[in-house]
Write a protein that binds this ligand. Structure first.
Ligand code: NAP
Length: 296
């Protein structure tokens, strides 16, 4: 059945600063399609399940053609889906919902979105990727570690609560297909980082440190040199140059924010809904200029 007017949306709370409407409008325009992308702010406190189920009913009825999901509903959506993709199951969160033959499918495009963007900065092929260090062990870190575990040999996960890193590692061991990858939990402190940092070709910040308005915070310990030649990838994308990216660039590193991942994960969600690939360049151009760094 061809669709003349697509209806997509984002469910989460709060949604005031979301870039998703601009990104998806640009995606639609890049393909000459008509449609809208609405925000559905659903508070986690009042009638949450009723409101979420009502949105899902609209998807089943074909009124809404695709949904993105963000904090705080990414985990609660797991049990409301008819089926989960392997990525959503392994990451333990749904960020995209699509409809196939009467079935509502929960997907997570964060891991694939991260891999698609990071591949622009680090040449790495199956079997020859070295060690990566991920700072933080929350939802985004799970997606990043899961994605990297497909091709990297060693991943360190450093969290201020080491037990959270251990939990992430235990959970992902159940889902990672590659036994070649070793995933090691660490404490996010200067001594632990010093011991392993020089092995690492890639450092990923998956904590919110440095995010607006706390723009001077840096997850990397002050005064500690970043490992030579490592690519620095900061999932934070507001501001357009974070304190970590700035310190990386001062040290001569390739250092980028997570804006590219945001665009890639949105593009992949759009592909789930429409079966069509939107122009990432047009989506990038839709980002407000104060958030758009120069393309490297
Ligand atoms: P989350 O689930 O809340 O996890 C955050 C992680 O950072 C946790 O391990 C948390 O530890 C740690 N952390 C928080 N404050 C810290 C501090 N002051 N010092 C050290 N560690 C700290 O959040 P998330 O969903 O993973 O998101 C993390 C960041 O990634 C956010 O800034 C988000 O905007 C960004 N993100 C970007 C993209 C993208 O497309 N670019 C996608 C997803 C997320 P505790 O549990 O101990 O607090």
């Amino acid at each position: 059945m061809s669709i003349n007017f697509y209806r997509f949306g984002l469910v989460g709370y709060p949604l005031d600063h979301s870039l998703s409407p601009q990104l998806h409008q640009a995606a639609l325009q890049s393909l000459g399609l008509s449609g809208e992308y609405r925000l559905y702010p659903i508070s986690p406190f009042e009638e949450r399940d009723v409101a979420l189920k009502d949105l899902l009913r609209q998807m089943r009825n074909g009124v809404i053609h695709g949904l993105n999901v963000t904090i705080p509903h990414k985990q609660s959506m797991l049990s409301l889906m008819d089926a989960l993709t392997p990525d959503a199951r392994a990451i333990g969160a749904v960020n995209t919902i699509y409809h196939r033959d009467g079935t509502l499918i929960g997907e997570n495009t964060d891991a694939a979105g991260f891999l698609a963007d990071v591949a622009r900065y680090i040449a790495c092929y199956a079997g020859n990727c070295g060690a990566a260090l991920v700072l933080g062990a929350g939802g985004a870190a799970r997606a990043v570690v899961y994605g990297l575990s497909r091709t990297w040999k060693q991943i360190y996960v450093a969290a201020r609560r080491q037990e959270q890193a251990q939990e992430l590692v235990n959970d992902l061991r159940l889902h990672t297909t590659s036994s070649e990858c070793s995933i090691t939990p660490l404490s996010l402190d200067i001594q632990s980082l010093r011991q392993i940092k020089n092995e690492c070709d890639l450092i990923v910040n998956a904590t919110p440190l440095g995010m607006f308005p706390d723009v001077e915070s840096n997850p990397w310990p002050e005064g500690e040199p970043l490992p030579e030649n490592a690519v620095i990838y900061d999932l934070v994308y507001n501001p357009s140059i974070t304190a970590l990216v700035r310190s990386g660039r001062v040290g001569g590193h390739t250092a980028v924010t997570g804006l590219g991942m945001l665009i890639e994960q949105a593009g992949l969600a759009f592909e789930c809904w429409t079966g069509k690939k939107p122009s990432r360049e047009r989506m990038f151009q839709a980002v407000p200029s104060d958030l758009a760094p120069e393309r490297m």
